[in-house]
Design a protein around this ligand. Structure first.
Ligand code: FAD
Ligand code: SF4
Length: 528
């Protein structure tokens, strides 16, 4: 039985970077807002910082099974919590470059032009950096887009080993820069600092709420406003529309095995790129037979997630750095001599901890560890030794939007058809970096080979999911208009990573946040 519940001015479905930021923007205006989140508050427990729990046992990932293009099941690395995937993100928060908003020729094709430009996003990028405590250094990144103001916080300092690597890169003619990150770190007054600068940040929840995530910086402050109601454990199943199909008239939601129908003047899907597409596809009706707002047949298509690769560099020199996600490298962002196509972006991973190695480290690393001298046959000391001597690197190359890379709903199952493209650019980036590290390491290899074990991330790693409901002026080719309102349904918006027409090569979340603030301003006008 369905209970018809209260009416609201705005319903926001999902509390991640998109939804959590949007409610923060709308909350102070006094409108009656309902936030529906399928997850719970992520428990604060010691396991938050246990690599064995987080990486080996995947304690905070969902237990869903989705299917790849060949029908093989996999467990997606997704987090359903208040704060969404930002609860475990690495908090690297970068702006897309000006050229990312233009059509760009890549090795495998064209990355399409955005209907809005960098200048439309620039003021919101600044607000996003302020809201999410971003630390960075203006002018240090050679491909940085124009910015009028410095970062709200000074860059996170480099620890001695990372500074050494930073300096070596510079001496080799490269342009490393302090990676912009959103953490609540106060280095000049550590006693007052929320962030304690620990070694378990990227991929971990923050036990002390020092990470600027969408729960801590978006949802929690919004809940101080009496007009905002958050319901957790509230999974939205489908959206109902009026007879004309032009308005959403009900948000069907399951809470503790009861079904409720919430109504609202405006409905915002902010479920993340994959789940927002799933929700629209599941809301098919006579008026919207291919899925809600899907006349363009683009809902769920053009899914992008970056070509991401993790590499572990092992040298004889120890790396005792506590927080090492500190270096960004954009020297090859637009290509290099002999390869006039974008290659991508490089940054440090978080620390490589011993308990991560069996689960996360490149498989090659485990087999190579037997060559590490003077260690026990038991692998644990080897993991420890490897962790003590490693620096993790993370590569991101742009994957191009392709309609065949798509989310499909078959019965109750979620299918993700994804074939990577633009792989030559990725391979080139990794090759260039390996050569660079070899030159820098000067033969100081812990393993007696010049090898840098690495993993290309498989389909279940969908941290940077984007696309699926792209925005654009043409209703025949775009799902959303420029305000991220669906072209076909007048009170339905999608405000998360779905709107990206292309993904660029920097981490996507600052753009998701900036866009949520931008759409928030539009909604405030509309609600006047
Ligand atoms: C390990 C990891 C590291 C990362 N590091 C970085 C980084 O350093 N920098 C960066 O820019 N990005 C990073 N990301 C990516 C970042 O987390 C995402 O870009 C961002 O969270 C996406 O925001 P979103 O609003 O689109 O979706 P999400 O954050 O996924 O939020 C969606 C929310 O909707 C809820 N939801 C889904 N379906 C329903 C439903 N039917 N009913 C109700 N609620 C629903 C979910 O539970 C979730 O809370 C990382 C991600 C991961 C997993
Ligand atoms: S480094 Fe800071 S923000 Fe990151 S998990 Fe540790 S305390 Fe939290």
């Amino acid at each position: 039985m369905m209970t018809v519940a209260e009416h609201y001015d705005v319903i926001i479905i999902g509390t991640g970077a998109g939804g959590g930021t949007l409610v923060h923007r709308l909350a102070p205006r006094g409108k009656k807002i309902l936030v529906l989140e399928r997850g719970q508050f992520l428990p604060r427990e010691k396991a938050n910082w246990s690599a064995a729990e987080v990486y080996n046992k995947e304690r905070y990932h969902v237990h869903d099974h989705w299917y790849d293009k060949d029908g093989h099941p996999f467990r997606p690395q997704m987090s359903y919590w208040v704060g969404g995937n930002t609860k475990v993100f690495g908090a690297a928060l970068l702006r897309l470059r000006e050229r990312d908003f233009e059509a760009v020729l890549h090795k495998d094709g064209i990355s399409p032009e955005w209907p809005l430009k960098y200048s439309d996003f620039a003021p919101y990028y600044l607000q996003a950096e302020q809201l999410y405590n971003v630390h960075g250094e203006q002018g240090a990144d050679p491909t940085e887009p124009f910015r009028q103001n410095p970062y709200p916080h000074s860059p996170v300092s480099q620890e001695p080993r990372m500074q050494e690597i930073f300096d070596w890169l510079k001496q080799h003619g490269l342009h490393p820069f302090p990676l912009p990150v959103g953490i609540k770190l106060n280095e000049s007054n550590p006693i007052e600092s929320d962030c304690i600068r620990c070694d378990s940040c990227d991929g971990f929840p923050c036990l002390v709420r020092g990470k600027a995530d969408a729960e801590v910086n978006g949802i929690n402050p919004s809940l101080t406003h009496a007009n905002v109601t958050l319901k957790i454990g509230a999974k939205v199943l489908r959206l109902h529309t009026s007879e004309s199909g032009r308005e959403v008239t009900g948000v069907e939601t399951e809470i503790e095995n009861q079904i409720y129908l919430f109504t609202s003047d405006i409905v915002v899907a902010a479920c993340g790129s994959i789940n927002s597409a799933v929700l629209l596809l599941r809301s098919a009706s006579d008026q919207h037979p291919r899925g809600l707002a899907n006349r363009s047949n683009q809902v769920g298509r053009n899914y992008m997630k970056h070509l991401t690769t993790a590499m572990v560099a092992l040298t004889t020199q120890k790396n005792p750095s506590v927080y090492q996600k500190t270096i960004g490298m954009s020297d090859f962002y637009w290509g290099e001599e002999g390869f006039p196509y974008p290659m991508g972006f490089i940054q440090n991973t978080g620390n490589v901890l011993p308990d991560m190695i069996p689960a996360e480290a490149p498989s090659l690393l485990a087999s190579l560890l037997k060559f590490v001298p003077k260690v026990d046959l038991d692998l644990e000391p080897q993991y420890q030794l490897a962790a003590d001597h490693s620096v993790g690197w993370w590569f991101q190359t742009e994957d191009l939007p392709n309609p065949i890379n798509r989310i499909r709903v078959v019965g109750e199952q979620i299918h993700l058809d994804y074939t990577p493209n633009n792989t030559e650019a990725r391979d080139r980036l990794i090759h260039r970096w390996t050569e660079t590290l070899k030159a820098i390491d000067q033969g100081n290899h812990l393993i007696p080979f010049s090898l840098y074990p690495r993993n290309n991330m498989p389909i279940q790693v969908m941290a940077h999911q984007c696309g699926t409901c792209r925005f654009g002026e043409d209703p025949d080719s775009a799902v959303l208009d420029l305000n991220c309102r669906t072209h076909e349904v007048e009170n339905l918006y999608v405000v998360d990573g779905s709107f990206f027409p292309s993904i660029g090569a920097v981490n996507p979340t600052l753009t998701i946040i900036a866009n949520a603030l931008r759409v928030g301003d539009h909604l405030l006008e509309r609600l006047k």
